[in-house]
Design a protein around this ligand. Structure first.
Ligand code: SF4
Ligand code: SF4
Length: 463
């Protein structure tokens, strides 16, 4: 008999919890989705604020146009993301997983849908175990339809980061969406439905590569969700407090033996989205969502004990019952942080100083150098200018090498977001430049914004 896959055999029905970390988690879901679904609709300077155009290989980013030549900024962004992840994981462990990872966020949304249609966890569990009937079919199919509709919306939104969103919506309304766009939306939507709607916590436990290599970034000062076993054990149901029983009796179990703070209510296990018991110690399945902290704090409040039996802490702090270490005690964090800041500052400076046009000057090999009427020597070039701004721009070419006298056709106009080629002659003085090949300098100024200047070189032949 085939052995069933472990990760499809156990469904977790996490219980709903309130509390401060739950508020933060819900806020993260709302903010990240507002950004994800809203950004493709946002216009900037008359065009979509964020879009990558595959045809022209251009990235439009809030008025900035990045070309393949600007690959260095993409590389810098990837390095910053990788270093940021190292730093964040080392400091905060799996906080990313619990609060902002798309898998967690979409799973949370799918659970909201499920809870809305099928009721709280105990009802869902009972219905899942019951035989199929009209009510079960109706509720299950409604859940799946809503999940599929939401997933498709995520897929279409992703396409909107590549195809102009408003055009896509109009085409969709007219039933005229392209094949690739439809395939892309269906694939991404299908994965959202499968991973967040069905596999859920199993993705974090068995499929996510980040969970596997996190161990290498953790140290004993990394923040994690931990159960304070020194305070909590021995666990057990407490003896009912009575007016005539002194406060100290609260630490006494029903069998009159001394007892820790944990009343063994099991709520921390019931709210856990990955179905683990945090009291068993550090486990790689824990995604750091803090739901167990919220629910345990409520239990502590009800039983008149101090909060924080389960809390964010570190292995060091827990073992020595000390406060959390400061950043100054984490040299590795300071090194990562310094590197990160350095790369961000360099990239930001580069972007701020970046000139939004490119120029190539190539000598026209089909035309020989010739003598002009005034006795100077002309070389003809093909000048290619790429204007990455939205509006038309005028550029002036100026000579900047000794021996170069002038540029014929010095002012060139290029329409917005386009490339134009021009034939331009450089005129040189044979009295200064001897016979042979020379490298000469040309300065190109954007006349609409003279602070934008490029310096290019050209090969010039003298007879
Ligand atoms: S919620 Fe708190 S008190 Fe209840 S079992 Fe978990 S650790 Fe113990
Ligand atoms: S153990 Fe606590 S923090 Fe970890 S996943 Fe479960 S509920 Fe979230």
């Amino acid at each position: 008999m085939a052995t069933p896959l472990h990760f499809v055999s156990s469904k977790v029905y996490p219980r709903l919890t309130g509390g401060r970390f739950n508020t933060v988690r819900v806020a993260f879901v709302l903010v990240t989705q507002l950004i994800y679904f809203g950004l493709p609709w946002l216009n900037w300077d008359g065009q979509q604020a964020t879009r990558f155009d595959f045809d022209s290989m251009r990235l439009y980013l809030f008025g900035l146009t990045l070309l393949p030549q600007d690959f260095i900024y993409l590389a810098a962004a990837l390095i910053v993301a990788a270093l940021g992840l190292f730093l964040w994981t080392m400091l905060a462990g799996r906080l990313w997983c619990g609060f902002s990872c798309p898998q967690t966020v979409y799973t949370e949304i799918m659970i909201w849908i499920e809870r809305w249609v099928e009721g709280p966890p105990n009802q869902r569990r009972k219905r899942d175990a019951a035989p199929w009937g009209a009510e079960k079919v109706l509720r299950k199919s409604t859940t799946q339809l809503l999940m599929a509709a939401f997933s498709l919306w995520t897929g279409l939104t992703l396409v909107g980061y590549f195809t102009p969103m408003r055009e896509l919506a109009a085409n969709l309304g007219a039933g005229d969406i392209g094949v690739w766009e439809a395939l892309f939306a269906l694939s991404y939507g299908g994965f959202t439905w499968l991973l967040a709607g069905h596999l859920r916590e199993q993705v974090c436990k068995h499929m996510c590569p980040y969970a596997r290599f996190q161990g290498a970034m953790f140290d004993r000062d990394t923040l994690l969700v931990a159960y304070d076993d020194k305070r909590g054990e021995p666990r057990g149901a407490r003896r009912k407090q009575h007016a005539i029983i002194p406060i100290a009796a609260a630490n006494v179990g029903r069998d009159d033996k001394p007892q820790g703070a944990c009343v063994d209510c099991g709520l921390c296990v019931q709210v856990c989205p990955t179905g683990i018991d945090i009291r068993e110690g550090l486990q790689y399945e824990c995604i750091g969502c803090a739901a167990c902290i919220d629910v345990c704090d409520e239990v502590m409040d009800k039983t008149g004990q101090a909060r924080g039996l389960i809390r964010f802490s570190t292995q060091h702090a827990m073992a020595q019952q000390q406060p959390l270490p400061s950043l100054r005690q984490r040299p590795r964090a300071l090194v990562y942080g310094g590197l990160l800041l350095g790369i961000v500052a360099l990239s930001a400076t580069g972007l701020a100083l970046r000139v939004p046009f490119k120029v190539d000057i190539l000598r026209d090999r089909a035309v020989m150098q010739r003598e002009s009427n005034d006795g100077y020597i002309e070389n003809v070039y093909n000048v290619r200018i790429m204007n990455t701004e939205r509006d038309s721009r005028r550029y002036r070419l100026q000579v900047e090498s000794a021996g170069l006298v002038r540029v014929e056709a010095p002012i060139l106009q290029v329409a917005g977001d386009s490339v134009s080629s021009f034939n331009v002659a450089l005129v040189a003085d044979p009295a200064v430049l001897p016979s042979g090949s020379h490298t000469v300098g040309v300065r190109i100024v954007n006349l609409d914004d003279p602070s934008q200047v490029l310096h290019e070189e050209a090969r010039l032949l003298m007879p």
